[in-house]
Design a protein around this ligand. Structure first.
Ligand SMILES: [Zn+2]
Length: 87
């Protein structure tokens, strides 16, 4: 039994189902059922000053982040039902 087991599980991040990059969200509401939108780190709202159109790309995927009963945030695809896979 490893005391690090829970920690290892928690470090897996939800990934964009389209391009596999990490997703970003802001959810200040800690109430169960609170919802916000989430999008890919390759979304144009996340564009960086070092963006290089020759080597980089935009991903327009958007999803849903919901607060679960446990207080953790759960991630869903654009339909709000399909859970995102974590890696
Ligand atoms: Zn993406």
């Amino acid at each position: 039994m490893s005391i690090f087991r829970d920690h290892e599980i928690d470090t897996r991040e939800p990934r964009c189902p389209k391009c596999g990059n990490a997703v970003v969200w802001i959810l200040h509401n800690s109430k169960h059922g609170a919802k916000t939108s989430t999008h890919c780190t390759k979304h144009f709202t996340q564009s960086r000053i070092d963006f290089n159109p020759k080597t980089d790309f935009f991903c327009l995927w958007r999803g849903v982040a919901k607060r679960a009963k446990s207080g953790k945030v759960e991630f869903f695809d654009t339909d709000g039902k399909t859970r995102l896979k974590k890696r």
